[in-house]
Every structure is written in structure tokens, then in C-alpha cells.
Write a protein that binds this ligand. Sequence first.
Ligand code: F6P
Length: 326
Amino acid sequence: MAGINCIGILTSGGDAPGMNAAIRAVTRAAIYGGLRVKGIYRGYRGLITGEIVEFKTQNVSNIIQAGGTILKTARCKEFQTPEGRKQAYEMMQKEGIDALVVIGGDGSLTGARVFATEFNIPIVGLPGTIDNDLYGTDRTIGYDTALNTIMECVDKIRDTATSHERLFFIEVMGRDAGFLALNGAIASGAEAAIIPEISTEVDQLSELISNGFRKSKNSSIVLVAESPVTGGAMGMAERVKNEFPQYDVRVSILGHLQRGGSPTAADRILASRMGAAAIEALLEDQRNVMIGIRNDEIVYVPFSKAIKNDKPIKRELLTTLRTLSI
Ligand code: F6P
């Protein structure tokens, strides 16, 4: 097993519900496999500054249901520099950490890839982000919980939208990816989703209005993915106020509440499977791969693919949304 005796685990970037379930799974699977585990606090920053604690199985008791990350998280600028990464490597040596499991999104796995290549360290990544924007995996840890949160929020907004017969633009997260907006719209019965993947091709707002989206309804809900490309919910509302002043428009930006809360069963199970798979991968001498899930099977996705490629949205979902919103 490539001389791995001790693994380090960290969470990095935006937190996501299910990260704790993943930390628990990695820790327990490693100890089960005869490895030592060290918890690294505050992402790559903790690896540089040495905020590192030996983890036993008890350190991860009672956390499967908790949102956020017990290891804390950070976006670390120093780690983007060669000096920062060198310090991190020296700390790993000092702590006797032979391999790393990194839980995070695009930016975190990009850092992992550079670090692994520079110092020839075995690193396995877990896709932890509500955005679902990593290539090579059907789902990321936290996405399902965020989707459910969005659905619950939209259900509530719908009550007031209906009472006042208003047009609501609800902005959801996704950092330039439309997965939360599109599937959130289908799950909550919204009229439309404005997503960056499509904004570059057509003017979705004009299309929506010209299709007469309020012909059969007095209130409407449109989910908008946050992105400079879509202009966000505020941008949409401004346009409607100027171009279609007959509509009574309101905006709601769901913001960081989408990142919190107890993970759903789907996210807990996904995180548990992926966490255990990360240790299996390291013990099989895999390195520089992200654990993914495809058609309910665990897969290893090379970092280069997971990070570089844009994950496409399913076009048929747009058609479904349109069909069902008549
Ligand atoms: O990547 C997760 C995410 O929640 C994105 O959807 C969003 O754009 C970003 O993080 C927000 O980051 P911050 O927590 O720094 O405001």
C-alpha cells in the first residue's frame, strides 16, 4: 500500500452538508484499515500552520447528522503560492502524514492536483460542494440537501407570490452552474430557470415573456442561477421593470442558507460511500483521483478530468420544465 501509515483529512472551500458524514467515513474506514488519521483544521491553511489533531473513532462520533464541517474550512491564498505549498509539505513530513484526503469543490481539488504533482504525494479528493459542478460524478456531496432546502424555500415563497399575484425571481447558488436552479425549478414547480449554460445562447427572459408564461397563471416563480452571465435575480427584475412594467416583480436571494442544515439521507449515504471509497483507493495505490458516482457505482475520476471539463447540464430537463409549466 505504497508505505501509507497515516492519512491527513481536510475540508476546503465552501462548506456543504454531508462534509461531516464524509469526515466520519474517511476516519473510520482508515482506522478499520489499520491507518492512523490526522484531522487538519481550516483547510490548506491548517496544513501550513500545523492545526492538526490525531483523530480516533470517537472524534467523529455524533456528526453524521450535522451540517457544516467540524474541521472548519477556508479558502487559502498562501497555498496558491509555491512557498505556501512547500511549507504545507514540510508540515506533512513533520506530522508523519503520508497521504491526504481533500474534501471540497473545484478550487480545492485544483490545489490538491498541483500539490500532489509538485511533491509526489498520494491525494484522493471527495467532491464536496452544493454546486454539483464537478465533471465525472453524477452528484456531489451537499447538492441534494441544498436542492431540498431550495424546494422548501420556494414552496413558502409560492404562498405569498400567489396571494399577491406577483412575479418572483428567486436567486439560487451554483457559482456559474445551473444545476441547483434547473432541478430546483422542476422540484418546486417553478415556471422557468434562468441558467448560465443557456444565457449565452438565447435571451431566456424575452423567450419566457414571449411564450406568454403568465397566460394561465396570475403568479409566477422563476429560479435564477447566480452568475454574471444571467445577471442574477436583481438583474432580471431590473429588466422586467424597464421592459415589462405591467408585472409586479419581487426578488428573493436565498444565499447562504442553501449551504446549511442537516444533510439528507441521500447526502449522508453518498458521503459515507465516497469516504470509505477514498481509503480503499489509497490502499489500492490510486492517487490524484476524485471519487465520483456514476449510475450508482463508485468511480475514480482523474483530477485533470474532474477539474478541467465543464459538467454539462441535461438539456432534456429544460424541456421537461417547459412542458410542465404551461
Ligand atoms: O461553491 C459553493 C458556493 O456556495 C457557490 O455556490 C457560491 O458562489 C460561493 O460558494 C459563495 O462563496 P462564499 O461562501 O465565499 O460567499
